[in-house]
Ligand binder design. Structure first.
Ligand SMILES: [Zn+2]
Length: 176
């Protein structure tokens, strides 16, 4: 699962995650190792209460909402849009209105979910926690995620929270 590797979350974007673009080569190296690849995207309307909390970002069909140009999107089996309504939602891939993602993954025979992307303490965390809750063995690929750390320590706290929920941390090297 590739979470929100979009221009607005990369350096130069509207809501940049420091070193957000660094996850791209790591993800591209991993992509062929997996049978099913899902990429999520933050896909907001122009006006949403979500923007009372965050700078305007990832407005659908704008360049900022596009995937990072180097991400190998052609190898993605399913793109999942989230945050599409006028609500402060869309942190987790499983909150998408497009489909029942957990059911769809099970239909594909998926038992394990490996989460990569941006940002560690928001959408990555929410997606990993939901994946674990849905009964998937869930991993976060530590060198394929980056966080914001608005308050220093946020990333570490998120990792602890995920671990407590049974999410395992793994490096891309261990996978490859
Ligand atoms: Zn958003």
């Amino acid at each position: 699962m590739i979470v929100d590797v979009q221009n607005d979350f990369c350096p130069g974007g509207a809501l940049p995650v420091p070193e957000g673009d660094r996850v791209v080569p790591v993800i591209n190296r991993l992509i062929d190792r997996f049978d099913v690849v899902v990429a999520t995207r933050d896909w907001h309307p122009e006006k949403t209460v979500h923007f009372e909390k965050w700078p305007v970002h990832c407005v659908r069909n704008t360049p900022g909402a596009a995937f990072h140009p180097d991400l190998e999107v052609s190898k993605v089996d399913r793109i999942v849009s989230k945050g599409t309504g006028n609500k402060d939602d869309g942190y987790s891939a499983f909150e998408t209105d497009e489909l029942d993602l957990a059911a769809w993954l099970r239909e594909q025979g998926v038992e394990e979910v490996y989460v990569t992307g941006l940002a560690t303490e928001y959408c990555v965390k929410a997606s990993a926690l939901d994946a674990a809750r849905a009964g998937f063995r869930t991993f976060v690929v530590t060198d394929a995620v980056r966080g914001i750390d608005v308050n220093p320590g946020d990333i570490d706290k998120a990792i602890e929270e995920m671990k407590k929920a049974g999410v395992k941390m793994i490096s891309s090297e261990e996978i490859v």
